[in-house]
Design a protein around this ligand. Structure first.
Ligand code: GAL
Length: 390
């Protein structure tokens, strides 16, 4: 993609595919650890993308504070999730032990603090023998750990898949399903086995979300490879059970404004979990505006709960659509090339009446009623995200 060259300025794209409005969503029976959880994709923050192992009580409290003061909470962000490295050992009775230097007050006190802000606390473990950073895993401690988390007031657990040689993810994650169900506390269950053994097939009856790929990083190439590869998985997602293309990198500095807009718009169209992964304490106004863009978030969180799909593509030009509860559609016009590109959409051919109303969601602009076709310029690596309604 990076070296792609064509006579871009002159390309006119005519959409030739009919929008399939009622994308079939598998009505997969509940059965997740707490079927009432994650009715819309989870929103929150996670420590890993920015901080790696550098987690602490202080950091998590400061992040919780800024989730509230920045307006992120009001925008829908709710979970504050500690990723790998909070744990150091097991006590003689097998109870998992938090790093006492980094979490001197213990996890329960931290949960109480996060709850006092009206937020929820998430934690991380691994279904194998060790976490990816070689901390104790939960293998053969599934029930004990679920009980411990519940006693601390944990609301969300991400369960990784390192050091799981010889284990079957379907068997191991089902154990956690049962363990969390018996823990006495509603806990969102995030399966993180990077797509091994197609978790979209068994994830819906096991957890609330499941990673579909290996890790994201803060580059356009990686983000776009992951995001645009999600097509076809939409039938496995729905309220309570979501595909997870990994956490957001918005604001971490490796992508430019248009690339982060693509990241956010694509994740919203994918009905992906929106877990910010940047340092919220120091984010720029531009980052905050994008992360809290109410019209984009509304697409992600739409009550219909349908994951969008690719409607059309021609090489690096892609159009994705997500049907929304009010009968309108969110449409993303994506340009994966390295030059800005003019796109024309022919309303007749995409199944909307010639008088469809368009709204630009990223820039909050009514574009009026379009007549027959719509022309726009999509920046390199960028997106134009629209709401199309009758
Ligand atoms: C990976 C996981 C990442 C992060 C990391 C921590 O396996 O995909 O999201 O949790 O482990 O070590």
């Amino acid at each position: 993609m990076t070296n792609h060259r064509f006579p871009l300025h002159s390309i006119l794209i005519i959409f030739t595919v009919v929008i399939t409005c009622g994308v079939s969503v598998a009505q997969i029976a509940g059965g997740a650890s707490a079927a009432s959880l994650a009715r819309t994709p989870v929103m929150g923050w996670n420590s890993w993308n920015k901080f790696g192992c550098d987690v602490s009580d202080k950091l998590i409290r400061e992040i919780a504070d800024v989730v509230v003061s920045s307006g992120m909470q009001a925008a829908g962000y709710q979970y504050v999730n500690i990723d790998d490295c909070w744990q150091v050992s097991r006590a003689a009775d097998g109870t998992i032990v938090a790093d006492a230097e980094r979490f001197p007050n213990g996890i329960k006190a931290l949960a109480d603090y996060v709850h006092s802000k009206g937020l929820k606390l998430g934690i991380y473990t691994d279904a194998g023998r060790m976490t990816c950073q070689k901390r104790p895993g939960s293998y053969e401690h599934e029930f004990q750990d679920a009980k411990t988390y519940a006693s601390w007031g944990i609301d969300y657990v991400k369960i990784d898949w390192c050091y799981a040689e010889g284990l079957d993810p379907i068997v191991q994650y089902a154990k956690f399903h049962d363990a969390l169900a018996q823990s006495g506390r509603p806990i969102v269950f995030s399966i993180c086995n990077w797509g091994v053994k197609a978790p979209w097939r068994w994830g819906p009856t096991t957890g609330n979300l499941w990673r579909t790929t290996g890790d994201i990083n803060d580059t356009y190439d990686r983000m776009s490879v992951i995001g645009f590869s999600q097509n076809g998985l939409e039938k496995f997602a729905g309220p309570g059970h979501w595909n997870d293309p990994d956490m957001l990198e918005v604001g971490n500095g490796g992508m430019n404004r248009d690339e982060y807009r693509t990241h956010m718009a694509l994740w919203a169209i994918l009905a992906a979990p929106l877990l910010a992964g940047n340092d919220l304490r120091t984010m720029t106004a531009e980052t905050k505006e994008l992360l809290t863009n109410a019209e984009v978030i509304a697409v992600d969180q739409d009550a219909k709960g349908v994951q969008g799909h690719r409607l059309w593509d021609e090489g690096p030009l892609e159009i994705w659509v997500k049907p929304l509860a009010d009968g309108s559609h969110a449409v993303g016009l994506f340009n994966r090339t390295e030059a800005s590109l003019k796109m024309t959409r022919d309303t007749k051919l995409i199944g909307v009446p010639p008088s469809a109303k368009l709204r630009d969601l990223l820039d909050h602009k009514d574009l009026g009623t379009i007549k027959d076709s719509y022309n726009t310029e999509v920046p390199e690596h960028g997106v134009v995200m629209l709401r199309v309604s009758e």
